[in-house]
Design a protein around this ligand. Structure first.
Ligand SMILES: NC(=O)c1ccc[n+]([C@@H]2O[C@H](COP(=O)([O-])OP(=O)(O)OC[C@H]3O[C@@H](n4cnc5c(N)ncnc54)[C@H](OP(=O)(O)O)[C@@H]3O)[C@@H](O)[C@H]2O)c1
Length: 292
């Protein structure tokens, strides 16, 4: 496993991390097995997306005893609505949800506190006085968060945040299907120049890129702005998807989501098969062209 600097934070993160969105509906045993398999394979970056009790309890059991060797991202921006995540921008609700998350995970602080799903409409409020950024800063001042980040599906917001000096990390979808997304290159170079930790989410476009031989709709949120309908080529592999994102300067960590240990083990094959599959040009062109 290769470890990279996470921007200016001083943290060293494994070049691939574990996203837990798709563990939401899985059993506690599966969550534990996936996280243990990740740790065994030297993955040290874990993303904990929601503040829903049942989901957090599974992950608490999975990370128990490993907190010191992990870089954990926790999010503000959703609350627990009867066992389902629900988006909220209410400061008190976000505050309560974050404190509950620390409590359930049984940890004193989170490494990266991420403000979720920042949209152009909301950004002024989020970054303005008394907004979610101020809430995140207050947690940082109290020692409950070490660094602060945002996630967004909008390049202009991501670039603005990277230039602002207000955040340490940015989560943005990066995959073969958005190679030509307007602003993506500027985001990569800005993060590199400003030493912002760029966390590439959705390397498989939420799993769509791996639905081989099937015609799929890839939504804007899975690419950061491009909508596609495509019959996915039979030859595409998780290794190609990971190697492609890994080839981009500016990316600190690739957050791969998995549903089970089998998927994780398949994805980890990129570690031993790096030499192959390094020519992505035909896939990039295939996804550039929005016809079947
Ligand atoms: N902060 C935010 O706003 C935000 C937003 C989105 C995501 N995230 C984080 O980023 C992580 C990564 O994004 P993501 O999980 O949406 O996208 P992703 O990594 O592009 O796709 C994950 C999905 O791909 C499929 N998959 C993975 N490995 C596979 C394999 N070997 N074979 C077949 N299918 C495979 C699985 O779904 P199936 O098995 O169902 O096909 C899996 O759940 C999330 O888990 C989450 O932690 C954060």
């Amino acid at each position: 496993m290769i470890f990279k600097e996470l921007g200016n934070t001083g943290l060293k993160v494994s070049e691939i991390g574990i996203g837990t969105e798709f563990l939401f509906g899985e059993s506690k045993k599966t969550a534990i097995d996936v996280i243990l398999c990740a740790i065994t394979n030297k993955i040290n970056y874990i993303d904990i997306l929601f503040t829903v009790q049942n989901y957090l309890e599974k992950l608490a059991a999975a990370i128990k005893g490993y907190k010191n060797q992990l870089v954990i991202t926790g999010h503000i921006g959703t609350k627990d609505n009867k066992g389902r995540p629900q988006k909220t921008r209410d400061i008190e609700e976000c505050k309560k949800s974050f404190l509950k998350m620390l409590d359930i995970l049984d940890i004193d602080n989170i490494d990266i506190l991420n403000i979720q799903f920042v949209t152009p409409k909301e950004s002024e409020k989020i970054f303005g006085t008394g907004g979610l950024l101020d809430l995140a800063l207050s947690f940082q001042n109290e020692g409950k968060a070490r660094f602060i980040g945002i996630s967004t599906h909008d390049t202009s917001i991501a670039i603005k945040a990277a230039k602002s000096g207000k955040v340490d990390t940015i989560m943005f979808p990066i995959n073969l299907a958005n190679h030509y997304l307007a602003g993506r290159d500027e985001l990569l170079t800005t993060c590199l120049k400003k030493r912002i930790g760029l966390i590439a989410i959705k390397p498989f476009a939420g799993g769509k890129l791996l639905m081989r031989n099937q015609t799929v709709y890839i939504a804007k949120y899975q690419t950061g702005g491009i909508k596609l309908k495509k019959k996915i080529p039979r030859e595409i592999t998780p290794i190609q998807c990971i190697n492609y994102v890994n080839s981009l300067p500016g990316v600190s960590v690739i957050l791969t989501g998995v549903k089970n240990v089998e998927e994780l083990n398949e994805n980890l094959k990129y570690l031993t098969q790096q030499e192959n599959n390094q020519d992505f040009s035909s896939l990039i062109e295939f996804f550039r062209n929005n016809t079947n």
